[in-house]
Design a protein. Structure first.
Length: 318
């Protein structure tokens, strides 16, 4: 039997992410106050996310297998699967490089210079060198690749669970609730731009995925820009900028969780909250993004080529 999304805004649909935040951050803060070393590692983030997943399955009255279908759709999203492949390939690359004795130099080179699509080749820019130099055998190479895969378990499961929960939150109306709340606060072009920025920011905080946030917010942002005559190029820019700002700041986002996991794997014990205060790029991006709404210093192109609302494209210069 098929079910349609209720498509009704619901604050309750946001509870899974709120539960994760409460458990993960709450436990970390509690152990920090108790003076426990590595306070934010006492309650594993994957376990906290799994509890949130279980709570998501309590939403709605549909059969459990139908809910699992919604979860699977989100977890199998193209962006999520690409991210997972990069995680395990990066883990294998690091492990093979470590097994041949050149982990630090190779990982630093890979992080700074090697594009993600070349990581697979890197497993083999490390395995071949190790074999030819006698540092590795076929068996030890295979074991190093497997160890690299398993070392990324934390980041792998977090991304998988986040993708599934995001889809369930969207299905049960959590995103619609955010959209409805913001729509009533818009009064003119400037508040419309603030509304677009706030919308994509809140959706990103709810889904922990900036690509999903842009896709979900896109149609509403288009409606707002048309109604309040906000240049679509500005609207698209605001969606991109503010989704990236919060994706780089939220401590439960895949980026910071992965950074903390990779650092821990390399022997540096840090938590996502340790990283947040140093995200100065995101903070500066937020400041200048807001300033651009009230001081349109970058609108030269838009003024030279204003938007033709009837034709749906910039006015051509003659």
């Amino acid at each position: 039997m098929k079910y349609k999304s209720p498509n009704i805004g619901s604050l309750k649909a946001l509870l899974p992410f709120l539960i994760f935040i409460a458990i993960y951050l709450g436990a970390g803060i509690y152990f920090q106050m108790q003076g426990v070393d590595m306070a934010f590692y006492q309650f594993p983030s994957v376990t906290a996310m799994f509890i949130a997943v279980l709570s998501a399955f309590c939403l709605g009255s549909e059969p459990i297998m139908f809910k699992f279908g919604i979860f699977s759709k989100g977890a199998a999203n193209d962006n999520i699967m690409t991210m997972l492949m990069i995680y395990i390939l990066a883990g294998a690359f690091s492990a093979v490089a470590a097994a041949m004795g050149g982990r630090d130099a190779t990982v630093n080179l890979g992080i700074s210079m090697v594009p993600a699509q070349y990581l697979t080749a890197g497993i083999f820019l490390a395995g071949v060198i190790g074999l030819s130099a006698g540092d590795l055998t076929i068996i030890s190479l295979a074991q190093a690749v497997w160890n690299g895969f398993t070392s990324m378990n934390e980041a792998f499961f977090l991304a998988l669970f986040c993708g599934g929960i995001s889809e369930m939150i969207s299905y049960y109306g959590g995103i619609t609730w955010l959209i409805n709340k913001l729509h009533g606060m818009i009064r003119g072009p400037k508040t419309a731009q603030l509304g677009i920025a706030s919308l994509v920011s809140l959706v990103d905080c709810a889904t922990a995925n900036n690509t999903v946030a842009i896709i979900v917010s896109g149609d509403v942002a288009k409606q707002i820009s048309e109604k309040y005559k906000v240049d679509p190029r500005r609207s698209a820019s605001l969606l991109d900028i503010f989704s990236c700002i919060f994706q780089g700041i939220i401590p439960y986002g895949a980026q910071l969780l992965t950074a903390a996991a990779l650092a821990t794997q390399s022997g540096v014990k840090i938590t996502t909250l340790d990283i947040v205060p140093h995200m100065w790029y995101c903070l500066f991006l937020a400041i200048f993004g807001i300033l651009s709404i009230f001081i349109p210093y970058a609108d030269g192109l838009c003024r030279r080529n204003p938007w033709d609302w009837e034709k749906g494209k910039p006015v051509e210069n003659k």
